[in-house]
Design a binder for this molecule. Structure first.
Ligand code: PA5
Length: 446
């Protein structure tokens, strides 16, 4: 098993008795993936659960071939998508490669993520980067109608045609969308763009292990077989039906117990900056899955020790509404030994001969003791290495935990009705056909 749920620092916050009391609800939540599936809310979006085994092998090979072509003919890949059609790919690339991936020697293609905001500055900047470079575009949208990626795609489609002419431009567009529905599917078919499918039964925030994530990830030179293998290992481990032995069920139960004790905010923390975008992916996964019907834990995040110097004060002494989930890796990607200095001008010789990873680890130990003393319960998810297999395991573990946790909470973890509210207002304010009846009313409120 490559992930260990360490509950040592929950002492005094979550007891065996608490877990025992929640056991029937946890068992019921788990049964929604098995014998009670037909009555499970959102059961038409359970496809992610068997994906590490049941994925489309033919398409998987095509993803690898497309990635190879892009790696050969493009200096830059523009990945256009938002939310679940964006965060997973970026999180995996930055975690497995580096947060500074685009600056690393031999980073070909460089990968830029657009269509996740409406900022003209961001688009203008990346447009200027493509001026003298060969580039391709991977546009990702399940609905095919989301405004942010649609606008960015229109701009980059035009840029491709200006640079390469229509025929060659069409060979540099890769579409990931629904199998049969939506504007993007229609455009892809009409123009013979190479396209990949987002399965019907996999929702956006659960889609990183489909072509949504896999194509950009493979373009970055990351081993997608290993990523799937890690996820498959987790899937097999989490087939455990005893909720006391199933680590994802235990994590899900602990979260709900803490919530019921007034811990409304879960702060996922990691001592590795390359985890930054994984935090963002986690926030979408849990926030969009659980935040509904006036319920849910607010997912929050931090990179330590960086954020100890900005948020540390609040965590230690602010409102006691927080718990932390520390994602910890036994081995760093690489290490540095701190050298001795003859004059010890900076007073750091007490660390001479120590590895920087040891200092980082020791910081985390000091923090856990301080934060638990300050009434911040700490859950630890321990993994071995920062590699594809461990990450695939963690991704599946968090997805599974999120499903079980949402069911314990009593919501449908697989819909996102609240995301539509802002879209309707934006469309009405922009005068989109079909939304005009609300335009004046909304403008009057501004
Ligand atoms: O998880 C979700 O369903 C959302 O975050 C979507 O991924 C996001 O809104 C983008 O939607 P689409 O892929 O349809 O453009």
């Amino acid at each position: 098993m490559s992930l260990k749920l360490n509950t040592k620092y929950l002492e005094g916050f979550v007891s065996g008795e608490d877990l025992g009391k929640l056991k029937p609800e946890t068992e019921k939540a788990l049964s929604f993936f098995y014998e009670n599936k037909s009555s499970a809310p959102g059961n038409d979006f359970h496809g992610w659960r068997t994906l590490p085994e049941d994925y489309d092998k033919k398409e998987f090979a095509e993803i690898k071939a497309a990635a190879e072509k892009i790696r050969n003919d493009s200096d830059i890949l523009i990945v256009i998508g938002i939310g679940g059609s964006y965060l997973g790919a970026r999180a995996v690339i930055e975690f497995c490669k580096s947060k500074n991936y685009n600056l690393l020697p031999g980073a070909k293609p460089q990968i830029f993520f657009l269509g996740n905001s409406l900022s003209p500055t961001e688009i203008t900047e990346v447009l200027s980067l493509t001026k003298d470079k060969d580039f391709s575009v991977n546009v990702i949208s399940k609905s095919g109608t989301t405004t942010e990626p649609s606008v960015a795609f229109r701009i980059f489609k035009r840029r491709l045609v200006e640079k390469y002419g229509e025929k060659q431009a069409n060979e540099r567009i890769y579409v990931t969308t629904d199998r049969s529905k939506g504007i993007l599917r229609r455009e892809a078919d009409e123009n013979s763009w190479k396209s990949f499918v987002i399965p019907d039964d996999v929702g956006g925030r659960y889609s990183v292990l489909t072509a949504v994530g896999l194509l950009p990830i493979a373009c970055a030179g990351i081993d997608i077989d290993k990523l799937m293998k890690g996820a498959r290992d987790a899937m097999n481990d989490l087939k455990e039906r005893d909720v006391e032995k199933n680590q994802a069920c235990r994590y899900a139960a602990i979260r709900n117990i803490l919530l019921r004790k007034g811990k409304f905010v879960e702060m996922m923390v990691c001592y590795e900056p390359d985890y930054t975008m994984m935090n963002e992916w986690f926030k979408q996964l849990f926030g969009e899955s659980e935040g509904k019907e006036n319920k849910g834990i607010l997912p929050y995040s931090g990179i330590y020790s960086t954020d100890l110097h900005s948020l540390g004060q609040y965590v230690q002494e602010g409102e006691r509404i927080l718990f932390e989930t520390l994602v910890s890796f036994k081995e760093p990607k690489c290490d540095i030994t701190i050298e001795k200095e003859e004059n010890n001008g900076d007073g750091l010789n007490f660390l001479a001969g120590r590895k920087l990873s040891y200092v980082n680890k020791t910081a985390s130990q000091g923090v856990i003791l301080a934060h638990t003393d300050g009434s911040v319960p700490n859950i630890i998810l321990e993994l071995d290495r920062m590699d594809e297999e461990n990450l695939g395991y963690l991704i599946y573990f968090l997805e599974f935990s999120c499903g079980v946790s949402g069911y314990i909470l009593g919501v449908n973890p697989f819909n996102q009705p609240g995301v539509e509210a802002y879209k309707k207002n934006m469309f009405a304010l922009l005068g989109k056909p079909g939304y005009e009846s609300q335009t004046e009313k909304l403008r009057a409120r501004l």
